[in-house]
Design a protein around this ligand. Structure first.
Ligand SMILES: Cc1cc2nc3c(=O)[nH]c(=O)nc-3n(C[C@H](O)[C@H](O)[C@H](O)COP(=O)(O)OP(=O)(O)OC[C@H]3O[C@@H](n4cnc5c(N)ncnc54)[C@H](O)[C@@H]3O)c2cc1C
Length: 406
């Protein structure tokens, strides 16, 4: 069995696939034992590398692709704290106190990341945006009001607005919504590469294209075997392999589906007021945002399967459907699509990620940002594992354990 799956993660033309200006040369594989080996150089691996290298740990990242060319290059990168499973619905499953605890922690991670990007001057086109969560099939107007009340009572910044007020303020089709603060957009490829560059400035190495194929734990570390037969020894290893899941460690509750997205040409936005990030309380949902250079990005139309050729065969049809639904949502005649793409997408039963120690392996850690908030979950993963490795276990760590579903 492979250490992680091998997948065709994306097809079509995502709007930020790295170009020559993103070129990032591979380092030479270090000969001596390192402190932490991170497998995967997407947003999760980069976020971890930045934080752990700041702790003075010697790091190595390995990737079978160049950095940021996995799922991260397909991300639409709305950085939000509102998760796929609404707070009120999660409360029905695990109780309000526990649900609020998880949501507040995710909210804090999104805010911490924004402050960190700004204070460190990390160049990733971060822009604060109002977030609109429209009534849909999951939460109708009444349920959306209740969701807003529960959030506000628990200190989360959302307020209910009636359909007319939504149309008047944002100039889109009238629909009741929750308006929230604390969300923002980024360029996910720029952010990943900037974080990796920071880690490299502190001595971290990033080597690619290299496939990690096996690992074995020994008394003083973990030995990872590479596809060319070489080995690397580390005190600890983190699997940040994204939607190429590790069947050895990640439970089957973390499932894959397929998702679709489009972008208009630069300079099209704004097509509605304030460039609010908009999504629906539906499953699956349609969502949209603008970019710093004025593209409008929209996505959704998810399918339950993860077969890449079946997925990519649907790009043209799905792109037309997304454009038509977006036009209806924002009340415009037509959307001219410039790029369209499809990608594997990972979800979990509670919309939250899998972060924590691998079962029965003291030196192996998992960092999987499954769910629609993958960028926020990468920031959360970095917070939780940085605390763990500093010997200061985070009080919320169990909330995101990969084994919480049994
Ligand atoms: C269409 C789409 C839209 C999305 N929209 C949003 C959004 O709006 N907001 C948001 O927050 N999140 C969003 N996400 C989710 C977010 O993009 C992902 O959670 C995130 O990019 C995953 O990052 P990652 O680093 O875990 O995975 P990846 O970027 O895939 O990185 C994992 C890396 O591991 C490497 N790897 C795997 N196995 C091995 C191995 N054995 N050896 C060596 N290397 C290996 C891969 O090559 C890959 O580069 C979206 C995702 C998709 C697909």
């Amino acid at each position: 069995m492979e250490l992680s799956e091998s997948r065709d993660l994306r097809g079509g033309n995502p709007c930020w696939v790295p170009n020559a200006s993103h070129a990032f040369a591979s380092d030479t594989l270090p000969a001596s034992q390192i402190d932490v080996l991170i497998i995967g150089a997407g947003i999760m691996g980069a976020m971890l590398a930045d934080r752990l290298s700041a702790q003075g740990l010697q790091l190595l990242l390995l990737d079978r692709r160049p950095p940021a060319q996995g799922a991260t290059a397909a991300s639409t990168a709305l950085v939000m704290w509102g998760a796929d499973t609404p707070l009120s619905l999660l409360s029905e499953k695990i109780g309000e106190k526990e649900a609020v605890r998880r949501w507040k922690r995710v909210h804090a991670a999104a805010g911490n990341l924004a402050r960190y990007i700004d204070s460190e001057g990390i160049d990733c086109a971060r822009i604060d945006r109002p977030e609109l969560y429209l009534a849909g099939t999951l939460l109708d107007e009444k349920a959306l009001r209740a969701e807003g009340d529960m959030r506000r009572t628990n200190g989360l910044p959302s307020e209910f607005i009636a359909a007319d007020a939504v149309a008047e303020r944002f100039d889109i089709h009238a629909r009741p919504a929750l308006l929230s603060a604390g969300s923002y957009e980024v360029d996910p490829v720029k952010l990943t590469l900037a974080l990796l560059a920071r880690a490299r400035d502190r001595g971290a190495k990033a080597c690619f294209p290299i496939d990690a194929v096996a690992l074995s734990e020994v008394t003083d570390g973990v030995i990872v075997t590479l596809n060319d037969g070489r080995t690397v020894k580390a005190k600890r290893i983190i699997l940040a392999t994204g939607y190429e899941r590790s069947p050895w460690f990640l439970p089957p509750a973390f499932r894959l589906s397929s998702s679709f997205a489009i972008a208009t040409r630069p300079g099209t936005a704004p097509m509605w007021r304030e460039n609010a990030m908009i999504w629906e309380a539906s499953s699956p949902y349609l969502y949209t945002r603008a970019t710093a250079d004025g593209r409008v990005i929209a996505g959704g139309e998810d399918e339950d399967f993860s077969d890449a050729s079946k997925r990519d065969a649907l790009i043209s049809a799905k792109s037309g459907t997304i454009a038509a639904k977006l036009a209806a949502m924002i009340a415009v005649e037509d959307i001219a699509v410039d790029c369209a793409w499809a990608a594997a997408f990972g979800g979990s039963p509670d919309g939250l990620p899998a972060i924590g120690q691998a079962a029965n392996h003291d030196r192996v850690w998992l960092a999987y940002g499954f769910g629609g908030n993958g960028v926020t979950f990468a920031a959360l993963g970095a917070e939780l594992l940085t605390a763990e490795f500093a010997g200061d276990r985070d009080g919320d760590a169990d909330c995101f354990s990969p084994y919480r579903f049994g």
